[in-house]
Design a protein around this ligand. Sequence first.
Ligand code: GLC
Length: 725
Amino acid sequence: MSNFRRGVLLKPISALNLLAALAAPMITAVRAQETPPYRNPRLGVEQRVDDLLARMTLEEKVDMVSGGGWMESKPNARLGIPAIKMADGPVGVRNWYGPSAITMKANSPLPVITSTAFPAGVALGATWDPELLREVGKAIGDEARALGRDMMLGPGVNIVRAPLAGRNFEMYGEDPYLSSRLVVPYIQGMQSEGIIATVKHFAANNQEYERQTIDAKIDERALREIYLPAFRAAVQEAGVWAVMSAYNKVNGHWCAENSWLLTDVLKKEWGFKGLVVSDWKGTHSTAETANAGLDLEMPGAESIRRYDEARVPQSPGDVGSRGAMQTPEKLLPLVRAGEVKEAAIDDKVRRLLRVMFANGLFDHSKPGGGEVDTPAQRALARKAAGEGIVLLKNAGGVLPLLPGKIRSIAVAGPNAAVARTGGGGSSSVKTKSAISPLDAVRERAGSAIQVSYAESLPEAAELAAKADVALVFAGDSAEVEREGRDRESMDLPAGQDELIAAVTKANPHTIVVLNVGAPVAMPWVEQAPAVVNAWFPGEEGGHAIADVLFGDVNPSGKLPVTFPRKLEDSASWGHYPGKDGVVEYAEGIYVGYRHFDKKNIEPLFCFGHGLSYTRFEYSDLQVSPREVTLKVRNIGPRDGAEVVQLYVRQVAPSADQPVKELKAFRRVELRRGEAFPISFALDQGALAYYDTAKKAWVAEPGTYEVLVGASSRDIRVRGSFELAK
Ligand code: GLC
């Protein structure tokens, strides 16, 4: 029996307590009125979206679908909807106050933002290391949180179709499978920090020449097999929260109003639940764009006016994009007139709110924590740069430089005393500091080795003649490989070929180190005993280059893009950059190595190529339709990593097929003498091609050959299997 019932109170209840006890239910009810469900973090995302959407007027909903500033969506004060704070880009957090044409200027009037500059996309592509990409994505997400940004405008996954395209350096190379396997962990890493990743540029932004007006004519099989897979993986495997529509047209329709891309494929077929954001000022209509599936137009109309004079320099004849087409002034009348359904506006706002609720934008106004440019982030940048460096040639084992064996190094070249951290345009990041290769070589050489330096000719050759080895740092810069313009040729900038020739002539132990984000011509390649491609390696690239040159890091990078002997050999030759506003992707699926294989053309350096300071042996291949196993042993003089590549070839296809295609790879680190068993799962989907007549993926029964090797043309072991019906 309760004490209370016996009339004996365990302790005196004061009148106040009693009043509070009686009033509690009423207070709760009142508080429920004050705290609407959408503000309750314990409720599910969809519940909160439904509740908030139902509270919005038509005017408030329409107001949401165009930007509030240069890098922010529009907030709603009445309902407490915050702005989504964005920032470029794929290699780190870029200044969000304005376009890179302003923020990267030395005398920029805007506040300065610095962060860690990680290696460019193509350098990350050259690592073939998905877990490393996860770490990089996470680190950039961490910095974005620390800097108070909610959404990063990256990664970029456009396929490298044309060697001269200005933004090739930002992408993961020419192969859709490699790009897919790398973009997924990068996005997962970034989004694990509560930061919205934006996969871009959807789709087929494969050149900068007239990028804002060009119409890319691409057959559906090439779209499905080459240009869309990395976006599909980002959506279906990584759960990317945002997709950026590209500037260009695809098959006659601007990407920002291309309903086949944005609605049929992205939202209906792939089930994308996030938001589609336009590229900046990349919209050209109001009703068409609203009905095709764009959810957020950026930037805000007012900031267009403010920054229009600072646009990234465009290629000739580029009329530029418009923007400010989804403003309330333009959109609201069309909704009222029924030309744009309110349901279409609701879907946009639903997507915006879903992304915001799912990423905590309502529950803490500025994500706490996170750090910028820490020793750990610098160390990761150095590790990523080192893993991406590709040893293209090493005749006579001139590398690594062994301090005990050499006493003098002559350094030359325009890229020696400057850190070429990245390419130009919206991906460029300002760092607190970045070490040049020359300083890093001096630091590593120490007092035991005498390092001399002359940027160029005849002093550089004279110094080289007197030294044990010569290093020539050459290649491109952010002015040569940049957003908004393609290169005119594959030639290195003026004077560099002559410098390299003179130094290699003066010293038979010359090493050429390149900063290039895309294929270049190397007329001196026979004379140079060693060639290293360091890409645009981020702020720690100087250290990473020295790590590889002195053997502290054993290079393991593999080319994610074919280096042709001459431009005419490349797949897009003859159908790039297009004319009269149209570029025909006449090569279809035969992009990159698929083209060189099909046409039986010997490249300068093939897809997947990269040497090591040790050697690997492949053996014990076992092949079945479901699994491939083999053993790889390090039989050389030092520890190292190998990227084992698996290609598949259908022996007698009924349809037109590539000679072989990359279907699996694994980067394995092996100590000297160590052997490692590798197994690859092969699913039938991996063998399928897209049948445009059936509008379906088809894996044809028959004999398939499995080719496993250290590059696409260094096949070490092969086997075959029968795929039954
Ligand atoms: C640029 C780029 C895009 C970038 C955006 C914002 O024009 O095409 O990659 O994220 O505008 O700077």
